[in-house]
Design a protein around this ligand. Structure first.
Ligand SMILES: [Cu+2]
Length: 506
């Protein structure tokens, strides 16, 4: 509504100006055209000069007064290493274009004034051709343009260094779609796994990551609205791509801006040099950032305290375009490493153990072996450090597996758990344990008793073969008599077919 009223006012003003023009034309005819024309020319010439002065002062004043709101000045100096060079180029360009802007405006309005027709004999001066003049206005702009373009090219080459295969940069991937970004981190191996568009499955693999590539299994995918975390002082290469329409990966505070084009990967290299905390401190020195963040809450946090770096899509990509905004947090490298280690790989949470897991039953990954080791370690440590007497002395060896109905250890899969146990026996030299074998209730009780005996016995022999002292180990089969859960379900029976570690003495 406000816009409509504003538009109507402007429209009416234009009508008024046209009508006044028509009126003065009429009065000119009545009063004698020439005298009137000279008077109008005089007034208009002076008005133009006055406008020029006001306009140029307003331009210079507003640029100066609002410079702290613009990227590159005051509080908003660059947060990335290359940003300073880029800002410098903008300043040099602004310097030259500023000179041209002021000179052309002065000439434009000054000539309108100087050559206004006040006498009948007044005539504008003009050259049909002047070689010297042509030379000046060809050579001067050519030299300035060459300087600007050459400087720009040099800066561009600095901003895009060639990263060799042994460069220590972090490569992440940003995939834009309507209306969000998927950000993929390489995980512990530092490598992003392969992708193939033919593997895209909207429900389970929206990026088309190839899980058969071992580099993929520890990749971390941040979707939705998760904060993007980046380390300070590390070179970051962002692979940028899009799945549907054109998007644009824009990190204004880092002077990073690159189109995300479907089917055509682009990239950008940059190094953040200020953590979010440091940038907030930089902002806190300026009065315009010391106001309350929420004007309705004058005692609340200050504007600088709530500042966040952000990722925006800088391409109008549809009606939900605005929602592609994401918060970016820059932290010290150590904090980044801790954060990255705490993120669950996409494969682990969404693919592992599902019917579309290409590694099901074929391979244990280092992260899984490590998790198992930690689990066993903390189970034993819990019991040993317990002073209340409530911790169970029965510890499940959850990852010791046998072939069905047999006592043969599935050594490929079970040996990790048993090797961890060997390490822990060495760590706690006074520990004495019993290996307790249990079965489900399938088959008759007598043969289950035999089976549980030999299962426990096989674990015992494995540990002895690894050098654990025989005086610290014993083995016993309990058959089907001590189920953990009901034998009525398959899951229950699986839980009951187990080997336990009973701690006899600490
Ligand atoms: Cu977009």
């Amino acid at each position: 509504m406000t816009y409509l009223i504003a538009f109507a006012i402007i429209f009416l003003l234009a009508v008024v100006v046209i009508q006044i023009g028509k009126l003065s034309e009429l009065s000119a005819r009545i009063r004698g055209e020439e005298a009137e024309e000279r008077s109008v020319n005089n007034t208009q010439g002076m008005a133009l000069v006055a406008f020029m002065v006001v306009f140029l002062i307003a331009c210079v004043w507003s640029a100066w007064a609002y410079k702290d709101q613009m990227l590159g000045y005051g509080p908003l100096t660059s947060a990335s290493a290359h940003g300073f060079e880029l800002d410098h180029i903008f300043n040099v360009t602004l310097f030259f274009t500023g000179i041209v802007f002021i000179i052309t405006h002065i000439l434009l309005f000054w000539y309108s004034y100087k050559y206004r027709k006040v006498n009948n004999t007044d005539k504008a001066m003009f050259f049909a051709h002047d070689t010297k003049l042509e030379m000046i206005w060809t050579v001067v702009p050519a030299v300035v343009m060459t300087y600007l373009v050459a400087n720009g090219l040099i800066a561009w080459n600095n901003i895009f260094p060639t990263l060799g295969p042994d460069s220590k940069h972090i490569e992440i991937e940003a995939t834009g779609y309507q209306f969000a970004w998927d950000i993929r981190y390489p995980g512990a191996d530092g490598k992003l796994g392969n992708k193939d568009f033919r593997l895209i499955d909207p429900a389970n693999n929206s990026l088309g990551v190839d899980w058969k590539d071992e580099a993929s299994v520890d990749d971390i995918i941040l979707g939705g609205s998760d904060k993007i975390v980046l380390p300070k002082d590390s070179t970051i290469k962002v692979r940028i791509t899009a799945k549907d329409v054109l998007h644009n990966f824009y990190l204004p505070h880092f002077r990073v801006k690159m189109d995300a084009v479907p089917g055509l990967p682009t990239s950008f290299i940059f190094t953040p040099v200020k953590t979010t905390k440091e940038f907030r401190e930089q902002l806190s020195k300026f009065p315009e950032w010391q106001v309350p963040a929420d004007p309705a809450d004058p005692t609340g946090p200050k504007k600088w305290e709530t500042f966040e770096y952000e990722l925006a899509c800088a391409e109008l990509c549809g009606k939900g375009h605005y929602s592609m905004r994401r918060i970016v947090e820059v932290v010290e490298r150590e904090e980044f490493d801790t954060w990255l280690a705490s993120q669950k790989p996409f494969y682990v949470t969404n693919i592992r153990g599902k019917e579309y897991d290409p590694w099901a039953g074929k391979k244990l990954f280092p992260f899984e072996i490590k998790a198992r080791a930690n689990e066993l370690k903390s189970d034993i440590a819990n019991y040993l450090s317990d002073t209340t007497g409530t911790a169970s002395r029965n510890i499940q060896l959850k990852h010791v597996f046998y072939a069905t109905g047999s006592a043969d250890l599935n050594s490929d899969l079970s040996k990790y758990e048993l090797d961890h146990l060997v390490e822990l026996m060495a760590k706690y030299p006074s520990l004495k344990v019993e290996l307790a074998g249990h079965t489900d209730n399938v088959g008759d009780a007598a043969s289950n008793q035999v089976l549980s005996n030999s299962r426990a016995g096989n674990v015992l022999s494995y540990l002895l073969s690894k050098g654990v002292n025989s005086g610290r180990l014993s083995a016993k089969g309990y058959g089907q008599d001590q189920p953990l859960e009901s034998n009525d379900s398959a899951e229950g029976r699986q839980a009951n077919r187990r080997t336990e570690l009973r701690i006899i003495s600490k």
